[in-house]
Design a protein around this ligand. Structure first.
Ligand SMILES: Cc1cc2nc3c(=O)[nH]c(=O)nc-3n(C[C@H](O)[C@H](O)[C@H](O)COP(=O)(O)OP(=O)(O)OC[C@H]3O[C@@H](n4cnc5c(N)ncnc54)[C@H](O)[C@@H]3O)c2cc1C
Length: 68
């Protein structure tokens, strides 16, 4: 892959952000745009049943966290 590449990623839940961050690591100068049609990005869809089932009240719990 060459520097200066422009990439548009459709979908922002699991694979989209993963692909975007991996691409930026491989090609730091890449111009990466991620498009998500919903209002939430990068969340754990696997936890949705817990949110729907009121195991936790705030959907923010589903978001991925910054690595410390
Ligand atoms: C209830 C539940 C439990 C799960 N449990 C597990 C588990 O235990 N273990 C496991 O490994 N996996 C589990 N999964 C599956 C895991 O969540 C999925 O594999 C993962 O979410 C897939 O991510 P993805 O980014 O490929 O697709 P998705 O999560 O489907 O995300 C695709 C995104 O693309 C967006 N999009 C689509 N078309 C367009 C468009 N034209 N323009 C803009 N945006 C668009 C959609 O809005 C969506 O947000 C579970 C999923 C669910 C729903």
């Amino acid at each position: 892959m060459k520097d200066g590449i422009r990439v548009v990623i459709i979908g922002g839940v699991a694979c989209g952000p993963k692909a975007a961050s991996r691409l930026k690591r491989l090609v730091p100068n890449a111009d990466v745009t991620m498009i998500e049609r919903d209002c939430l990005v990068s969340y754990g869809a696997c936890g949705l049943p817990h949110y729907v089932g009121d195991v936790f009240p705030d959907v923010v719990v589903l978001y991925s966290k910054e690595r410390k």
